[in-house]
Design a protein around this ligand. Structure first.
Ligand SMILES: Cc1cc2nc3c(=O)[nH]c(=O)nc-3n(C[C@H](O)[C@H](O)[C@H](O)COP(=O)(O)OP(=O)(O)OC[C@H]3O[C@@H](n4cnc5c(N)ncnc54)[C@H](O)[C@@H]3O)c2cc1C
Length: 396
C-alpha cells in the first residue's frame, strides 16, 4: 500500500486542523483529567454533548457514514486523518462514540428503514446516547452463555435479566441489548438483539466504580421491561450475527486511537522530571525505552493502515481488527508501565503538582490502562480469534 497522502487528503488534514484550532474550546481538553471514554460527571458529559452538536453542524461527525443517513460519505483514509488530528488536538472522546462507532454502523447494516430514520440522525447529533448491553455476570468472553430473557407477549417482548460492565449506561438514552428469545435452541441460535429505551419502566442502573474512583460502567437490571417487537434489530434469533457485526466495529474502533500522543507527552515529561540530579531524559535506559515505545506506535499505525484495505474494498471490518485491538491495548499497558516506573511515587498523585502538572492524566493512565486489554474482548480472546480465524490454526 502507498503510505503517502494525496494532495486532497493533505488538504483535508489541513481543514480538520484549522477547524479544530478555531472551534475546539481549550477547557474541553482539560476538564476531564481521567481522559476516559466516559465523562467523569454529568456536567462534563453535557459539555461534550454540546461539542458533538457543534461538530455535527460543521459536518465532522459520522464522516464515513453514507450521505443518505446524514454522514459525509467520505473514505476511511479521511477518517484516519480526522482521528489523528482530533487526537493530536487532545479533543475529548465524543459522548456518542459508542453509537457512532458501534451501534450506528450496526443499525445501518441490520436496521429497518424506520429504525434508521428514527435513530441515525439522533445518534449523529448526540440527541441519543447509547450503551451496549452484551456482557452478563456469567457471560463475558463466553457471550453465548447470556441468560437475559425476552419473552413474546402480544406485540411486545418482556425482558428480565441482568447486564454488567455496561459503559456509560448512567448517561445513555438507549441500550443495544442481547437477550435470549428461544431458550430451547442451541446457544448461539436462540439470541435476539433489541433496541431498548433506557427510560422504560423496570430498568435499574447501578454504578460500578473503578479503582481510580472513576464511574465508567454499571450493572443494569431488567425487571419485566416491555419492549415493542418493532425494536428487534435484525431477524429474530439472529442476535449472534448482529452482535458479531457490532463487535467487529468495536474492535476496530478500540484500536483506532494511536497512543503516540501519550508517548510524546511521556517524552516531554521525561525532559522535566527530576532524576539523580538531572532529568529522567538524561538516562539512556529511559530514552531507549521511550524510543522503543515510539517505534511500537509507528508499527501500530502502519498495521492500522493495512487493516483498512479490507474496508476500502467496501467490506465490514473482519477478524483482522483483533490484531489491531490486541496490539493497541497491549501497547497501552506498556506505555502505562513505563510511565509508572518513570514517575515512581508521583504516579500515585491524582492532582496537578509542581513536579508533574499533568499528574491526574498519568495517575489514571497507570491505573486504568489494563481495562483496555479486557473491554471489547480480552487479549486472550483476540489471540484465539487471530489464531483460528486469521491464521486458520486448529481450535485449542
Ligand atoms: C472498561 C471496560 C468496559 C466494558 N464495557 C462494556 C460494555 O459497555 N458493554 C458490555 O457488554 N461489556 C463491557 N465490558 C465487558 C467486557 O466485554 C468483558 O469484561 C470481557 O468480554 C471479558 O469478560 P469477563 O469480564 O466476564 O471475563 P471472563 O470471560 O470471565 O474471562 C476471565 C479470564 O479468562 C480468560 N478467558 C476466558 N475465556 C477464554 C478462552 N476461551 N481462552 C483463553 N482465555 C480465556 C479471559 O481472557 C480472562 O483473562 C467492559 C469491560 C471493561 C473492562
Amino acid at each position: 500500500m502507498d503510505f503517502e497522502y494525496s494532495r486532497d487528503q493533505q488538504a483535508f488534514r489541513q481543514d480538520v486542523r484549522d477547524w479544530l484550532a478555531k472551534h475546539l474550546p481549550p477547557e474541553l481538553c482539560l476538564d476531564d483529567p481521567a481522559d476516559d471514554r466516559v465523562a467523569s460527571n454529568r456536567e462534563t458529559f453535557e459539555r461534550r454533548r454540546v461539542w458533538q452538536k457543534t461538530m455535527h453542524a460543521a459536518g465532522w461527525v459520522g464522516i464515513t457514514w453514507p450521505r443518505e443517513y446524514g454522514g459525509r460519505g467520505l473514505g476511511l483514509i479521511e477518517r484516519v486523518i480526522f482521528e489523528e488530528e482530533y487526537a493530536a488536538a487532545r479533543a475529548p472522546v465524543l459522548p456518542g462514540g459508542m453509537a457512532l462507532n458501534l451501534v450506528g454502523p450496526t443499525i445501518i447494516h441490520w436496521g429497518t428503514d424506520e429504525q434508521k430514520q428514527r435513530h441515525l440522525p439522533a445518534i449523529l447529533n448526540a440527541d441519543e446516547i447509547w450503551c451496549q448491553g452484551f456482557s452478563e455476570p456469567g457471560a463475558g468472553s463466553d457471550l453465548a452463555n447470556l441468560q437475559t430473557r425476552a419473552v413474546e407477549r402480544g406485540d411486545d417482548f418482556v425482558v428480565n435479566g441482568q447486564k454488567v460492565w455496561t459503559s456509560g449506561a448512567h448517561f445513555a438514552h438507549w441500550i443495544i441489548l442481547l437477550a435470549r428469545t428461544k431458550p430451547e435452541a442451541p446457544r448461539h441460535q436462540g439470541i435476539s438483539c433489541l433496541l431498548v429505551d433506557m427510560t422504560t419502566p423496570g430498568i435499574t442502573v447501578r454504578p460500578l466504580v473503578l479503582m481510580t474512583g472513576h464511574r465508567h460502567f454499571n450493572e443494569v437490571f431488567f425487571e419485566d421491561v416491555v419492549v415493542p417487537q418493532a425494536n428487534l434489530l435484525g431477524p429474530r434469533e439472529a442476535g449472534w450475527k448482529v452482535s458479531t457485526t457490532t463487535l467487529m466495529y468495536e474492535r476496530h474502533a478500540s484500536g483506532a486511537r494511536n497512543p503516540i500522543i501519550q508517548v510524546a507527552a511521556l517524552i516531554a515529561l521525561a525532559k522535566e522530571l527530576p532524576l539523580n540530579g538531572g532529568t529522567a531524559w538524561d538516562s539512556p535506559l529511559i530514552r531507549q525505552r521511550l524510543a522503543q515505545l515510539a517505534i511500537d506506535c509507528e508499527a501500530l499505525r502502519t498495521t492500522r493502515l493495512r487493516s483498512l484495505t479490507r474496508q476500502l474494498r467496501g467490506e465490514a471490518p473482519g477478524p483482522e481488527g483483533s490484531t489491531l485491538k490486541l496490539s493497541g491495548s497491549e501497547l497501552g499497558v506498556r506505555i502505562a508501565d513505563a510511565a509508572g516506573e518513570m514517575l515512581g511515587m508521583h504516579a500515585l498523585v491524582n492532582q496537578p503538582t509542581s513536579v508533574v502538572p499533568d499528574a491526574p492524566r498519568w495517575f489514571n493512565r497507570v491505573l486504568a490502562a489494563r481495562q483496555y486489554t479486557i473491554s471489547a474482548g480480552t487479549s486472550e480472546i483476540q489471540r484465539n480469534i487471530i489464531g483460528e480465524r486469521v491464521l486458520g490454526l486448529p481450535k485449542g
